[in-house]
Design a protein around this ligand. Structure first.
Ligand code: NI
Length: 173
C-alpha cells in the first residue's frame, strides 16, 4: 500500500501533456499502478490519472462497482489503461455531473460524447479495445483528458451548473 496525495487544481503539472509509456511490466510501472490503485480506493474515486499523483505518464485507472447507495450509477469494469486513444462514435454529447479528486468538494455538468471507441494497453502491454456508452464513456473521456492537461471545469459550457457538492446536493450530505 502506498497512498499518494492527489494534486489539486492550480498545480502547474496538472496542465501538462503526459508522455507515452515505452516499456510495459517494469517494476516502476507496476509500482505506479499499485500506488494509483491504492490512492483511488482510499479516496473512493471512480478513476485516477497518473498526473494527479505527480507522474507525467499516459496511465489511467478507473472502475465503478454497483453500489446500493448509488443504484442509478452504471458499473464500469476495473481497468488499467495506458497510452490511450479515443475516437467518438457519435457527434452526440450528453451532459451529466462530474467530480474530480483534483477538484475536491465540487461538481459540474460536463458535455461528453455518449458513445466512444477507446484503445490502449494494460500494464503487460496487452491491447485493450472497446466500444462503450454512458457512464463508462464519460469516465474514460474524463480520465484521458487529464493526460492532455485538461480538467473537467475546462469542459463546462454552462457555469450555472458548477458548484459545491454539499450545496448542490444537500440531501446527500
Ligand atoms: Ni479527474
Amino acid at each position: 500500500m502506498a497512498i499518494q496525495s492527489v494534486l489539486r487544481m492550480g498545480e502547474e503539472s496538472l496542465l501538462q501533456v503526459s508522455e507515452r509509456v515505452e516499456k510495459f511490466n517494469t517494476p516502476e510501472l507496476n509500482n505506479l499502478i499499485q500506488d494509483m490503485h491504492d490512492t483511488m480506493k482510499h479516496e473512493e474515486g471512480a478513476g485516477l490519472a497518473a498526473p494527479q499523483i505527480g507522474i507525467g505518464l499516459q496511465v489511467v485507472i478507473f472502475g465503478v462497482e454497483q453500489n446500493a447507495r448509488y443504484p442509478d450509477v452504471e458499473s464500469v469494469p476495473y481497468t488499467i489503461l495506458i497510452n490511450p486513444t479515443i475516437k467518438p462514435l457519435t457527434k452526440e454529447k450528453e451532459e451529466d455531473w462530474e467530480g474530480c479528486l483534483s477538484v475536491p468538494g465540487m461538481r459540474g455538468m460536463v458535455p461528453r460524447f455518449s458513445k466512444i471507441h477507446y484503445h490502449g494497453y494494460d500494464q503487460y502491454g496487452n491491447t485493450i479495445s472497446r466500444d462503450v456508452v454512458g457512464f463508462h464513456s464519460r469516465v474514460v473521456q474524463h480520465e484521458c483528458d487529464h493526460l492532455q492537461g485538461i480538467l473537467y471545469p475546462m469542459r463546462i459550457t454552462n457555469f450555472r451548473t458548477f458548484g459545491f457538492t454539499d450545496v448542490l446536493f444537500p440531501a446527500k450530505n
